[in-house]
Design a protein around this ligand. Structure first.
Ligand code: GLA
Ligand code: ZN
Length: 675
């Protein structure tokens, strides 16, 4: 892991010395030292600079940068530069240019937009990496290899279409199997030759980005697109690993970025590194969830916070500054959830083009007398003082939320039953309920083992992949508590409905049959009426969007609908199943209902808050070698008193011993080691 090689929390970020004169570099070094910056990512977008034409490579500038950084004690994450192809390449090899969803062929411009199935792109990118590896494999400054940058988007060109057919042949073997999986007798789609298959886009199956007439086809194209980019990543990855087997190789990813199945990618990443750009009104619990999701990609391992802005971005509609203290607060939020680094985009604010208004450690003023620089420098000093205390420490959660990219794609590609349904919102609703309770959560994929959890929640588990229902049954049979919601158990991995009654393969476990699904626009609500008190849950709550009309088949009714022709029918059920319990929430409840339901379910399972919950106070725990570190984050602007329970702690920032109560300034952070 990178942090172990560095011996401390990694601190620094993206650095673009090639945009500046040599004299500026010296000033950069003085300022880096002042801020205790010890790691930079370089060569992220320098392909055009390093390769002026098809045969010439000029790395002298990069030699100079790497040697210079090394002399100044700065370690490097070396980019491979393949995220923005050179203009000459686009002109000479237009297959490198993407075709948009609407069929438009792109010209040169922007970045992150090479066609992943372009033979030219694959050849030139691999060749570039080979050159970089040959030249720098022994360079002592390099600690990490960063492939490309934020892979993303999609292409619909001829080459991609051809590659899609190859991918399909591999997945299905025969056209018969494919026709079946896609249910092509619907609307006369039977395919007799592989070449009849075209990519699903606005020119074919789609009538809008997310509206497709053939879910199975679009779903496979999403898989194929994610795999195509992964293949580009892997070409570079193997090029590096072949020569430097112990290199740490990764790419910076983007949280809940819909087009790429990061659980699949994570298997090929040596460490997870991700770019966190919340806006001023992103719920804090959402940022926490993203950190947990990124940690969940490689369970039990710390991740890298690869990018964040020290102050503002340029690309949001309103690029608010991080308020005083927030840079530190949000940096520690990442660390609290498992990050072993704090890295910024960018070191020095660029002079032109679209990122000139993007925050940086060194602002256009060019000196250290800025609020932002001072906050960066203070945090740098704290991270030095922390030495290796937290490195490689882990989080042990008793509750897990299941998150699956393919489920997300399939659900939101589906025509009906409700266009306002968003997978992420549903996931966040349940996450937020646990977050508010100071209960730690692992965000897990469908391949993760469920053995170590007491509670597993799978909101809108629309797609149930082969064998997964059985694994959940085993988890519950052994004493686990499982909760799922409306629109779960509906389809298989090809988006084909599991016949015999909803929720399909989950029916026995949940002890219910859902006969019909009502759907209403968000302004029309119904009510969840508690049958009797359940802990703090009593009375009536509002619910919306989707409403399963269910019959119980062994489950106990906890709440019923309050209105409409299904008034009195079950809205929430619980089913005892061997040693465990399986819950079904048949509609989309208001947040307060989910908050209270989750609190009661946790209480029932004795899954306890880390410390007594308080609004705006976030608590997280990392553990290592029998030591426990509690992060207390005050997201409120005012001073808060936090009840830390009966144990004594040492505040590692102030060296104070804390027992019972902690006083925390507005936007403040405490890091408490249990004594
Ligand atoms: C992304 C990119 C960076 C930079 C930042 C700006 O995360 O990886 O190169 O453009 O956005 O916020
Ligand atoms: Zn393409």
């Amino acid at each position: 892991m990178l942090s172990e090689r560095m011996g401390k929390m990694v601190y620094g970020g993206d650095y673009n010395p090639e945009q500046w004169e040599r004299a500026v570099w010296d000033e950069d070094m003085r300022l880096f030292k002042k801020a205790n910056i010890d790691f930079v990512r370089v060569n992220i977008f320098s392909w055009a600079l390093s390769q002026p034409d098809e045969v010439t490579y000029q790395f002298e500038w990069l030699d100079e940068v790497l040697d210079f950084l090394y002399e100044h004690g700065i370690k490097v994450g070396l980019g491979t530069s393949t995220a923005a192809h050179p203009a000459w390449m686009a002109r000479k090899y237009p297959d490198i240019l993407r075709t948009e969803f609407n069929g438009q062929k792109r010209k040169f411009g922007g970045r992150h937009n090479s066609c992943p199935n372009s033979p030219s792109y694959r050849q030139f990118s691999t060749r570039l990496v080979k050159k970089l590896v040959e030249r720098y494999k022994h360079h002592p400054a390099i600690m990490l290899w960063n492939i490309s940058n934020e892979f993303g988007g999609a292409c619909y060109c001829k080459n991609c279409e051809k590659a899609f057919r190859v991918w399909l042949k591999e997945r299905y073997g025969t056209l018969e199997a494919l026709n079946q999986a896609w249910n092509t007798r619907f609307w006369g789609h039977t395919f007799y030759e592989w070449d009849e298959i075209v990519s699903p886009s606005l020119l074919s199956e789609h009538f809008a980005e997310n509206r497709t007439m053939f879910q199975g086809i679009s779903l496979d194209y999403a898989r194929f697109n994610s795999d195509s980019m992964l293949a580009c990543y892997l070409l570079e990855y193997h090029e590096i690993k072949r020569e430097i087997p112990d290199a740490i190789v990764t790419t910076n990813i983007m949280g809940a970025y819909k087009p790429l199945d990061y659980f699949k990618w994570a298997k090929h990443m040596d460490v997870i590194g991700w770019d966190n750009y919340p806006s001023i009104d992103t719920p804090i619990s959402y940022s926490a969830m993203m950190h947990d999701l990124m940690r969940g990609l490689k369970q039990g391992q710390p991740f890298l916070l690869m990018e964040q802005t020290p102050s503002q971005t340029n690309w949001q509609p309103y690029n608010s500054l991080k308020r005083p203290g927030v840079l530190r607060l949000w940096s520690y939020q990442a660390v609290a959830h498992g990050a072993d680094s704090v890295l910024y985009f960018q070191m020095r604010r660029s002079i032109g083009a679209c990122e000139k208004f993007h925050g940086a450690v060194i602002e256009h003023a060019g000196h250290e007398q800025t609020r932002v620089f001072k906050e960066v420098a203070n945090l740098g000093e704290e991270l030095v003082d922390l030495t290796d205390t937290l490195l490689q420490s882990t989080i042990r959660a008793k509750a897990a939320i299941v998150f699956d990219w393919e489920n997300w794609w399939a659900l939101e590609y589906s025509s009906g039953p409700n266009e306002s349904l968003r997978y992420l919102d549903q996931i966040h609703k349940y996450y937020a309920a646990l977050y508010k309770q100071n209960i730690q959560v692992d965000m897990i994929g469908v391949e993760a083992s469920l053995d170590s959890y007491d509670i597993v929640i799978a909101p809108v588990l629309y797609m149930v992949k082969p064998g997964y229902a059985k694994r959940i049954e085993t988890f519950v049979a052994n004493g686990g508590t499982f909760l799922t919601t409306f629109l779960s158990g509906i389809v298989d991995e090809n988006d084909r409905v599991t016949l015999g009654g909803y929720p399909g393969e989950l029916r026995t476990l949940l002890g219910i049959w859902s006969e019909e699904i009502d759907s209403l626009s968000p302004e029309h609500t119904n009510q969840i009426v508690m049958k009797q008190r359940f802990g703090s849950l009593e009375g009536t709550y509002s619910c919306q969007l989707l409403f399963d009309l269910i019959h119980t088949e062994g489950a106990e009714v906890i709440a019923e609908y309050g209105e409409d022709f299904y008034k009195g029918r079950p809205a929430v059920t619980a089913h005892s199943f061997a040693k465990g319990e399986a819950w079904y929430v048949a509609t989309d409840p208001e947040q307060s209902f989910v908050d209270e339901l989750m609190r009661e379910i946790c209480l029932k399972r004795d899954v306890r808050p880390l410390v007594e919950p308080k609004k705006g106070i976030e608590v997280s725990k990392r553990e290592k070698d029998g030591k426990e570190f509690l992060f207390i984050l005050n997201h409120n602007a005012e001073e808060e008193f936090v009840n830390v329970g009966d144990h004594s702690f040492k505040n590692l920032f102030t060296n104070e011993v804390i027992s019972k109560q902690l006083t925390l300034e507005g936007k403040g952070v405490a890091l408490l080691e249990r004594l």
